[in-house]
Design a protein around this ligand. Structure first.
Ligand SMILES: [Zn+2]
Length: 211
């Protein structure tokens, strides 16, 4: 599990979803969750650098300080039984939209991949706070991804690969939406069409790249 978490962290760096020491990744364990430490660039990350916390935030195992966003991860694991892994990034396009405090509407059918007709932008709160965690839990109602105002984005998954793939997809959708705005206001799909697309995507399953 530690090796898989390090591999996901390195993949986030390679895909430029996480640059420098921004962003963090976690995976649920029997006792709580395993999360990346604060301040260690992902290319240099070792399995022993990871920190295991319980869902209240007590350190169970690890010598480093956990990610400054550990409260966000803990709150999401408490609120969402379906979340087995969480990816948080400051990726460029998602963050650009989040700084305008705009979510991603139904401009493309693949928005349904995040669980509904839009991807919301959570209200602003200072990084690392319980308030930010609560805003993210609210914005993620019936969704698997959201933006965080003036900050970045969060994606949940049934495992590390699906959380990574959704984060990558949300970043791409954010870039496409920004480009689409430049071409003029996009024509949005209605709720019925988004529900149809969501059902087809669920039947199709996850993209091949996740297997
Ligand atoms: Zn952050």
């Amino acid at each position: 599990m530690r090796d898989a978490l390090c591999a996901t962290a390195r993949a986030l760096h390679t895909a430029r979803l996480c640059v420098g020491t921004s962003g963090n990744v976690s995976v649920r364990t029997a006792r709580g969750f395993l999360v990346t430490p604060t301040g260690v660039p992902y290319p240099a990350l070792e399995p022993a650098d990871l920190v295991e916390l319980n869902l209240e935030g007590a350190v169970l195992d690890g010598v480093r300080l956990p990610s400054s966003e550990w409260r966000l991860h803990a709150a999401l694991y408490r609120a969402r039984a379906d979340a087995q892994a969480i990816v948080h990034t400051h990726s460029r396009s998602a963050t650009a939209l989040a700084c305008a405090r705009r979510g991603i509407p139904a401009f493309h059918y693949l928005v349904a991949r995040a669980g509904g007709a839009d991807i919301r932008c959570a209200a602003y709160a200072t990084y690392g706070t319980p308030e930010l965690a609560a805003h993210a839990v609210a914005a993620l109602a019936d969704r698997r991804a959201c933006l965080l105002a003036n900050h970045g984005m969060v994606a949940l998954g049934r495992d590390l690969d699906t959380a990574f793939a959704l984060a990558e997809e949300v970043e791409e959708l954010a870039a496409q939406y920004l480009a689409s705005l430049a071409a003029g206001p996009p024509v949005l799909l209605d709720d019925e069409e988004m529900a149809r697309a969501g059902a087809k995507l669920a039947a199709y399953g996850q993209p091949r790249s996740l297997r």
